[in-house]
Design a protein around this ligand. Structure first.
Ligand SMILES: Cc1ncc(COP(=O)(O)O)c(C=O)c1O
Length: 486
């Protein structure tokens, strides 16, 4: 491709993407079509024998992605904790791919490495985490937490872990039942197995019960097991609950346990200062996972693990193979020696651009606004006679549809409401008008709206309520078992 062709194609693509951004609000959030349709549209043939003109290839695939994607940046996408992305982030991705830096180390990508280190420091400063520690960008929250767990394990077992692997008394890590599913993957990946997880009970709003944590810890100590870490949540996935982090930090100090915080979603809310006093204890975490592709609004993928003791990462990952020429004069970060990957994308650029563009005040405003929207939704559903508000935490609100004339204290009402709301969720998603997801709290099936979206307005919340109630009434007419007298 000549530079002139690149210029022409790039301008055309940016125009198409700008049109797409402009048209987002008028589009369906989601267009559920059978897989057959996707394969037919894509063309399900073998690898092409001959190539095709670049413009044709780009135009075709642009149209397919525009028409057959779930639009996470749509103002009424409130389904999951995933960022809406941003046009600036998209330009950052284009720039990162164009420079094609392998951010393995400073000698491979000098400026990109400094940008990554600066982004890590800025994120730490933004949320009040000690900025003299270390960190590294990884693919997302799951991987950031996996690295946190591996580092905790290495701190517990010492250098023997590197050569001999896991040995000794059965290891135990403690976390609440509301913790994201990353924990199960992490313990399997680290060779611990899921029996190593001690699931601590939660309060109705999803916060960890401290008394239960203490009791389980005592039991395991008495039984000769080896507790090594406690994982606190700064914003649970289902309800946005923040665990009692200061108390957990104190307990970890008392028992010499590693204190890890899964802040993939909510740690960034620390930018609001006194509003969430528990988040002050982020500063005490030995390791902290953050997901920039959640509340820092970066396009996927971008996760980040911060550690207080910089050596903790290299204790696990450091190796300097013979085929790398790492001259003594090479200064700067060596990411391949402190993280799981060797070749690495330049994920930090899109994050750095947003931090530079918005600054602390920009993030403070945007995060406060998302929380205000979630609280506004909670108020709307609380006032509505056919909706029952359940929880609101950070920028997540949960609720359910309850038909006005349903006696909720009769036999079968609870299971009917669960089935009705589950069917309703499928209908709302399929409607394309709004997109929400689910939570399960105290045995109830709930509808869940996560707002980390600078495009969502009050009008979008009102529209969501309308859609839920309209479709809920229709479904109730179809699904409610008829009483014998009817
Ligand atoms: C609290 C929490 N931790 C971890 C994760 C996993 O993050 P990722 O999907 O980026 O791997 C999520 C995802 O929603 C989350 O909400």
């Amino acid at each position: 491709m000549t530079p002139a062709e690149f210029r022409a194609l790039g301008h055309r693509l940016v125009d198409q993407l700008a049109d797409f951004h402009e048209s987002l609000e008028a589009r369906r959030v989601y267009n559920p079509v059978p897989r057959d349709t996707l394969l037919r549209e894509l063309g399900n043939g073998s690898v092409p024998n001959d190539g095709a003109p670049a413009q044709e290839v780009l135009d075709d695939i642009f149209a397919l992605l525009r028409d057959y994607s779930r639009h996470n940046g749509h103002p009424r996408f409130m389904g999951y904790i995933v960022s809406p992305g941003s046009p600036l982030g998209a330009l950052g991705e284009l720039m990162a791919a164009s420079f094609n830096q392998n951010v393995a180390a400073s000698f491979a990508a000098p400026m990109a490495s400094e940008i990554e280190m600066q982004s890590i420091r800025w994120i730490a400063e933004l949320i009040g985490y000690p900025s003299d520690g270390d960190g590294i960008f990884v693919s997302g929250g799951t991987m950031a937490n996996v690295v946190g767990l591996q580092v905790a394990l290495s701190a517990a077992l010492g250098p023997s872990l590197r050569s001999e692997g896991i040995s000794g008394a059965p290891l135990r890590c403690y976390t609440s039942k509301a913790t994201h599913a990353w924990i199960k993957k992490a313990v399997r990946m680290c060779g611990l197995g899921t029996d190593s997880i001690v699931w601590v009970e939660t309060e109705p709003d999803g916060r960890m019960k401290l008394a239960d944590l203490k009791q389980r810890l005592q039991q395991d100590q008495a039984a000769g097991r080896h507790p090594f870490m406690v994982i606190g949540n700064a914003g649970t996935t289902m309800t946005g609950a923040i665990d009692p982090l200061p108390d957990i930090a104190a307990l970890c100090r008392e028992h010499g346990l590693w204190f890890h915080v899964d802040g993939a979603y909510g740690a960034v809310a620390a930018v609001l200062g006194a509003r969430y006093p528990e988040l002050a204890a982020l500063a005490e975490a030995d390791s902290l996972a953050i997901d920039a592709h959640k509340w820092l609004y970066a396009p996927v993928e971008a996760g980040c693990i911060l550690v207080k003791n910089g050596k903790a990462l290299s204790d696990v990952f450091d190796d300097d193979p013979d085929y790398i020429h790492n001259a003594p004069s090479h200064e700067g970060a060596q990411f391949y020696r402190k993280g799981p990957q060797h070749s690495r994308q330049f994920r930090a650029l899109k994050v750095w651009l947003a931090l530079k563009r918005l600054g602390r005040s920009g993030y403070t405003q945007m995060i406060a606004r998302d929380i205000a929207r979630a609280e506004e939704l909670f108020a709307l559903v609380s006032e509505h006679p056919e909706l029952e508000a359940a929880t609101t935490g950070l920028s997540i609100t949960t609720f359910r549809f309850v038909p006005a004339d349903l006696s909720t204290d009769t036999d079968g009402a609870a299971s009917y409401l669960d089935a009705l709301n589950e069917a309703l969720l499928t209908e709302v998603q399929a409607s394309g008008e709004a997109y929400i997801s689910k939570a399960v709290s105290e045995g109830r099936f709930l509808l869940r709206a996560c707002i980390i979206n600078y495009r969502t307005t009050s009008a979008d919340l009102a529209r969501l309520v309308d859609v839920v109630v309209r479709l809920g009434r229709e479904l109730d007419r179809q699904l409610r078992p008829k009483s014998p007298t009817q």
